[in-house]
Write a protein that binds this ligand. Structure first.
Ligand code: ADP
Ligand code: MG
Length: 247
């Protein structure tokens, strides 16, 4: 069994009368990709937001690398080692690829450290940004304006920005959305590279990618987990077939 880096226990988030996420329990493990699938409105993005601290749970707990981070701000959770991308792209179009990654790297440095060890902090942020750019395969694009990059490169850039905070846990919300075949293949290769040393939650609609990448698969419908296990086991689950895969 590999190391558990994130645990959600019975997470619930209500919006008025709607339980967008309802008693969800899941684990993310180092060196493994845990894919979460489900129809639109199933609660996948809300779950991502709960794990990243962007919204607070109504009930339930989130543990990150052994620490209870329930109710922490997104900035504090980021500094504790969690990085996320958004379903809609989050880049600054008028800045270059490098500037975007470098800005993201800066956000990992707490204010106190920024002032106490300014030079060291700048150097560390530069190094994190360089590593992230290389890991995401974007060195050749570093001086291009982010807004002029292709859709696929913008999604790669968003992942580079996530990596620049040096996370142990990665939450990726539909990284293949809107991609053509070649772009999607490049992204699948990138995600396979990122599997090493990270625990990853992958929310994705592209089933070929999910079955290529996932070590573990959870299916959500109406805020609830209806199946969770190896991709092969989940694919054969009768409830999943009737509720979601339509086979
Ligand atoms: P998915 O990402 O699986 O498509 P979401 O998590 O975006 O699903 O949404 C789950 C449900 O919660 C949907 O019914 C959606 O309308 C609702 N929802 C999401 N965010 C909010 C919000 N801020 N206020 C009210 N309802 C919301
Ligand atoms: Mg969503």
């Amino acid at each position: 069994m590999s190391e558990t880096l994130l645990t959600a226990r019975q997470l619930t988030r209500r919006f008025g009368g709607l339980a967008a996420v309802n008693e969800v329990t899941l684990d993310l493990w180092r060196d493994r990709i845990h894919a979460v699938i489900g129809p639109n409105g199933a609660g996948k993005s809300t779950l991502t937001n709960l794990l990243s601290g962007d919204i607070a749970p109504t009930t339930g707990t989130v543990t990150l690398a052994g620490r209870d981070v329930t109710g922490w701000s997104p900035e504090r959770i980021s500094r504790a080692g969690l990085g996320r991308s958004y379903q809609k792209t989050n880049i600054f179009p008028p800045f270059t690829v490098w500037e975007n990654v470098r800005l993201a790297a800066q956000s990992r440095t707490p204010h106190a450290a920024r002032w106490l060890a300014r030079a060291a902090g700048v150097r560390a942020a530069n190094e994190r940004a360089e590593r992230a750019l290389e890991l995401a395969g974007l060195q050749a694009r570093r001086d291009h304006l982010a807004g002029a990059a292709s859709h696929g490169e913008q999604r790669q850039l968003e992942i580079a920005m996530t990596l620049a905070t040096d996370p142990q846990v990665l939450l990726l919300d539909e990284p293949l959305a809107g991609m053509g075949t070649a772009e999607a293949e490049r992204m699948v290769e990138l995600l396979l590279r990122l599997k090493k040393d990270h625990a990853m939650m992958l929310v994705e609609h592209d089933m070929d990618a999910v079955f290529t990448l996932a070590d573990h698969l959870t299916v959500m419908v109406n805020g609830q987990v209806i199946a969770s296990g190896t991709p092969t086991a989940v694919r054969g689950d009768a409830a999943v077939q009737s509720a979601y895969l339509g086979e």
